[in-house]
Design a protein around this ligand. Structure first.
Ligand SMILES: C[S@@+](CC[C@H](N)C(=O)[O-])C[C@H]1O[C@@H](n2cnc3c(N)ncnc32)[C@H](O)[C@@H]1O
Length: 224
């Protein structure tokens, strides 16, 4: 069977995704078992559309929605038509932190169906990425669904707009907050008469587990 990397190479070089082979290996390992399943996939941050074209061919029964503040180039639309993907791939223009836009974009393409996979490869900035997570993870991702944030390490770069070398701002800050969320049950557990958070009952985490790798953070939503 053709690998995700091999499929990525079928996309014209000028619109090909710049996802590095390590990212593609991760996606292959995580999703090869469900490759033929009808999936609902959201990619936030489309650029030239190479990632969407690649995933659309890798997942032949998936529907894919892309969201970006800019429109992809004409070559992307041309390839969608030539490769017969127009019915199951759509791109809409808007910002990831505009919750009314995001809600309407998701509903108009997927109806009331929940998402199976979300890939946030858009601004890579704390507030916008957090806004997308707060909306999409809680309201649109199915229990057991995957939520992936790419390129979080750029938040350590001193010249990144919200970067800082100590990792207290930008996406490293978000990763720490997500880590806290994984530990919500312990934070809210009564221990020696005290709780880390002001709640009266232990609260289960909305996250089943989280994988943190260089460049990619991947969460699986709790099934409860
Ligand atoms: C790294 S590129 C995406 C690459 C693409 N996923 C791929 O695999 O080829 C980041 C994209 O995010 C978009 N973007 C930046 N800020 C955004 C925002 N606030 N809302 C939506 N998209 C945004 C940019 O226009 C750019 O196209």
């Amino acid at each position: 069977m053709t690998t995700l990397y091999e499929i990525s190479q079928l996309v014209d070089e000028q619109i090909r995704s710049d996802k590095a082979p390590t990212y593609l290996d991760f996606y292959e390992r995580t999703f090869s078992a469900v490759r033929e399943t009808p999936l609902n996939i959201l990619e936030v941050g489309v650029l030239n559309g190479g990632g969407l074209l690649m995933f659309a061919r890798y997942f032949p029964n998936a529907r894919l929605l892309g969201v970006d503040i800019n429109q992809p180039p004409a070559l992307f639309t041309q390839r969608l038509t030539e490769w017969g993907l127009k019915d199951r791939v759509r791109v809409v223009q808007g910002s990831q932190n505009d919750s009314a836009f995001m809600t309407s974009a998701i509903h108009s393409f997927f109806g009331n169906e929940l998402l199976d996979i979300v890939i946030d490869d858009a601004s890579h900035m704390y507030r916008r990425t957090r806004a997308t997570f707060d909306l999409v993870f809680y309201s649109h991702l199915r229990p057991g669904g995957h939520y992936i944030i790419e390129d979080w390490g750029c938040g350590y770069w001193p010249k990144w707009p919200d970067g800082s070398p100590n990792g207290r701002r930008g996406l490293p800050r978000l990763v720490k907050e997500l880590d806290d969320l994984v530990a919500l049950e312990d934070q809210t557990r009564l221990w020696q008469g005290k709780r880390a958070m002001k709640v009266s009952e232990t609260q289960p985490s909305p996250i089943d587990h989280m994988i943190v790798m260089p460049a990619v953070v991947a969460l699986v939503k709790a099934s409860r």
